[in-house]
Design a binder for this molecule. Structure first.
Ligand SMILES: NC(=O)c1ccc[n+]([C@@H]2O[C@H](COP(=O)([O-])OP(=O)(O)OC[C@H]3O[C@@H](n4cnc5c(N)ncnc54)[C@H](OP(=O)(O)O)[C@@H]3O)[C@@H](O)[C@H]2O)c1
Length: 352
C-alpha cells in the first residue's frame, strides 16, 4: 500500500507529530481526494488541549478540505478523476481526516469547485457553512436545530424578510457565513459585533451595521436595539459562544425568540425566566452523522451554484508555510485569538 505524509495527535493531550499514513482505496460510494488546501479550525487545537471528542489515537484531525479527485468508487457518477472538489473532513476516523495528503469522502457530501474559487478559498467554507445551515434548517427532530424554513424551500425567502437578526462575532469564520445565510433568508437589518477594522468586509457580506465588540455589554445592547429600530430581535446567532457572548446574546434576544450557540450553554440560570420562552439551540456541524445527513446532502448539492453565483463568498485566507508542519503554529495563533477575519490554510503537498 502506498503511504503519504500526515500530521498526528499521537495520544490524548500529546503535541502534534508528523508521520506517515496509508493511502486508502475508496469504497463504492466514496472518492479519494489529493488534498491541496486544508483549513484550520478552533476544534483542531481544542481536541489535543482539552482531550475532547477523540478517543482513538493516533488521530488525524482537519475538517475543511479542497483538492483534486484522484480515484472514484465503483458506484460514483457525480465525479471523475481530476475534478476540483471541496468537502468536510472527519476527525473521528483517520481515513476521512484532513491533516494529511490524501483522504476519502462520501461523494454525496462533496461539491465541485467552480472556476471562480481557489482551493484555498474553498477550504474555508465546508465546516463553518455546514454548522450554520444545519443549526438553522435541519428538519430532523432528533438533531439540535432551530428547524427554520430554508431559503431554498417554499416560503423560506419571505418568512423572515424584514425581521432583525443579531449575529455575535460576525468576523469569525462561522460568523461570516451566518451573515450571508441571514441575508439569503431575507433578515433585515443584520447587526453584528466585531472589531471595527472588519467593518468593510462584514458589510460586503451583508451586515447592515457592525458594533464594536470591545464596548461594554450594556452599550452593545442599547446600540443593537437602536439599530433594530426597537423591533423585537427574535433571531440571535452567537458564533463565538463563550460565556460573555452568550450572556450578551441572551440579553438581546426578545421573548419568544431563538438563540443559536455553538459551544455548551453557559448562560447563568438566574437570567433564564421560563415566561420569556427564549429557545436555545446548541448546533453541531458535521454533515456526516445520520441526523444531519439529509440536509448535509442538500447543502453539498447546492454549494457549487452558491459559490459560482456569489450567494456564498468564502473567507479571506492566509496560507501557512511548510505544509502540514506549519499547522501547529497556526493553531497556536487561533488559540491565542490572534487571527482576525480570515481563515488559516495549509498545503499538505508542500510538507517538507
Ligand atoms: N458546534 C460546532 O459544530 C462548531 C462548528 C464550528 C465552530 N464551532 C465553534 O465556534 C466558534 C467559532 O469558530 P470559528 O472557526 O468561526 O472561529 P474563528 O474564525 O477562529 O474566530 C475568530 C474571530 O472571533 C472573533 N471574536 C473573538 N471573540 C469575540 C467576541 N467576544 N465578540 C465578537 N467576536 C469575537 C474575532 O473577531 P475580531 O477579530 O473582529 O475581533 C475573530 O475574527 C469556535 O469556538 C468553534 O470551536 C463549533
Amino acid at each position: 500500500m502506498s503511504t503519504q505524509k500526515a500530521l498526528y495527535v499521537p495520544s490524548k493531550h500529546a503535541p502534534f507529530q508528523l508521520g506517515e499514513a496509508p493511502i486508502y482505496t475508496p469504497g463504492p460510494k466514496e472518492i479519494l481526494v489529493k488534498i491541496i488546501s486544508s483549513a484550520l479550525n478552533p476544534v483542531d487545537w481544542k481536541i489535543p488541549a482539552y482531550g475532547i471528542f477523540v478517543e482513538n489515537f493516533p488521530a488525524i484531525l482537519g475538517s475543511d478540505l479542497a483538492g483534486v479527485v484522484e480515484e472514484v468508487g465503483s458506484e460514483v457518477s457525480k465525479f471523475t478523476k481530476g475534478d476540483r472538489v471541496l468537502f468536510q473532513g472527519w476527525f473521528g476516523d483517520n481515513k476521512y481526516a484532513g491533516f494529511q495528503q490524501y483522504t476519502l469522502v462520501e461523494a454525496e457530501l462533496a461539491a465541485k469547485l467552480p472556476d471562480n474559487i481557489s482551493f484555498d478559498q474553498a477550504a474555508s467554507v465546508p465546516s463553518a457553512l455546514t454548522v450554520v445551515i444545519l443549526t438553522n434548517f435541519n428538519h430532523n427532530p432528533t438533531a439540535p436545530t432551530a428547524n427554520f424554513t430554508a431559503p431554498w424551500e417554499e416560503g423560506g425567502k419571505t418568512k423572515y424578510a424584514g425581521k432583525p437578526a443579531f449575529i455575535v462575532g460576525g468576523s469569525s469564520s462561522v460568523g461570516q457565513y451566518a451573515i450571508q445565510v441571514a441575508k439569503y433568508s431575507g433578515y433585515s437589518p443584520i447587526i453584528t459585533t466585531a472589531s471595527l477594522h472588519n467593518e468593510v468586509l462584514l458589510k460586503s457580506l451583508g451586515a447592515t451595521a457592525v458594533v464594536d465588540r470591545k464596548l461594554p455589554a450594556s452599550a452593545i445592547i442599547s446600540e443593537v436595539q437602536k439599530l433594530a429600530g426597537n423591533k423585537p430581535i427574535e433571531y440571535v446567532f452567537d458564533t463565538v459562544s463563550i460565556a460573555d457572548t452568550q450572556s450578551l446574546a441572551y440579553d438581546v434576544l426578545a421573548p419568544g425568540g431563538t438563540l443559536l450557540i455553538l459551544l455548551n450553554d453557559e448562560i447563568p440560570a438566574e437570567k433564564k425566566n421560563a415566561a420569556d420562552n427564549k429557545r436555545i439551540v446548541h448546533g453541531f456541524g458535521s454533515a456526516r452523522v445520520s441526523q444531519n445527513r439529509e440536509v448535509g446532502v442538500q447543502l453539498f448539492s447546492r454549494l457549487t451554484e452558491w459559490l459560482e453565483t456569489g450567494v456564498i463568498v468564502p473567507n479571506q485566507v492566509e496560507v501557512l508555510p511548510n505544509g502540514l508542519a506549519g499547522i501547529p503554529d497556526g493553531l497556536e495563533r487561533l488559540k491565542q485569538d490572534k487571527v482576525s477575519g480570515k481563515k488559516l490554510v495549509a498545503h499538505p503537498q508542500e510538507t517538507p
